[in-house]
Design a protein around this ligand. Structure first.
Ligand code: SF4
Length: 289
């Protein structure tokens, strides 16, 4: 198996910008996982699908489709119907567990959409749903797909849906590299100021928000640039003949339990316990009946 070059560099030409997405940058938290995900070709097969990812994916899909309905049909009930219709059984222990979570997710979506109707004008159209946005810096070509982009008081607002158990606050919104990059890219793509980012927590209906400044956005961009520099340096080192396993070293920890490449990674296995594909449902908030 070989590692694909991250960027092709032609003699005499400036290095191409690093193609960065928020998930790609976050993946480098463990360089081995990054290499297995983005560099090794043929790509190693991932493990089986996780049930908690199925829940998150269906909720996102249902909300995206809901916004495509004509105005009169955008009701909370239509949202829960979208969940039922879009449901997948991937990763669940059995049909009974899957169907119980289908009802749970439908309940979340209906409750969230009822809250949204109370929060603002239910007839407002988002500027984007599952919208791809992009921008460039001197080092990065940034792109990403945003769950929703609202327009409020003449500015864009980034909306990111969350289904995890943990309640979220302004620090979570402020610290999110993904949200900051989305804000910069949305402003660049849609030519409209964007400073506010929001995490919408489906299980509780709570919204965690932060108003970025030029400074806080710059800090995130710098952080992204530094990560990209580290990735390119590691890639160059391997291209120079170094052993990929040593350069892209593992960073094992308890979260290895949820890594798609755990079965290929002795260090990850030693530092975490194995999980069934439905164990992550415990990370979701099931307190709402
Ligand atoms: S199991 Fe852990 S150490 Fe191994 S690749 Fe995955 S995240 Fe990295």
């Amino acid at each position: 198996m070989t590692s694909a070059p991250e960027q092709l560099e032609l003699a005499g030409l400036p290095r191409p910008l690093f193609a960065a997405t928020p998930s790609k940058l976050a993946n480098f938290d463990c360089p081995r996982r990054y290499r297995l995900t983005y560099l090794q070709r043929p790509a190693p097969p991932k493990g089986p699908p996780w049930a908690h990812n199925t829940v998150g994916a269906v909720v996102h899909l249902a909300l995206a489709r809901w916004w495509q309905l004509e105005l009169a049909r955008r009701t909370p009930q239509a949202g829960s119907a979208m969940v039922i219709r879009s449901w997948q059984h991937d990763g669940f222990a059995d049909r009974e567990q899957s169907e119980a979570w289908r009802e749970q997710a439908a309940h979340w979506v209906a409750g969230y959409l009822a809250d949204e109707a109370e929060r603002g004008d239910p007839h407002r159209e988002p500027r984007g749903v599952e919208r791809t946005v992009a921008t460039r810096t001197d080092r990065l070509a940034i792109s990403g797909r945003v769950d929703r982009i609202d327009e409020r008081d003449g500015e864009l607002v980034i909306v990111d849906y969350k289904t995890g158990r943990s309640r979220l606050d302004a620090d979570d919104a402020r610290g999110s590299l993904a949200l900051a990059l989305y804000a910069v890219a949305a402003e660049s793509t849609l030519h409209q100021r964007c400073r506010r980012v929001e995490l919408h927590h489906l299980p509780t209906g709570e919204v965690a928000a932060f108003e970025h400044t030029e400074q806080t956005l710059s800090q995130h961009l710098n952080r992204a640039g530094e990560t990209a520099t580290d990735i390119l340096a590691a890639t160059d080192t391997v291209a120079g003949g170094a052993e990929p396993e040593q350069v892209f070293a593992p960073v094992p920890g308890p979260s290895c339990s949820w890594c798609d490449f755990r079965r290929l990674c002795p260090e990850g296995q030693a530092s975490s316990r194995p999980r069934a594909s439905w164990d992550g449902l415990g990370l979701l908030d099931s307190s709402q009946p």
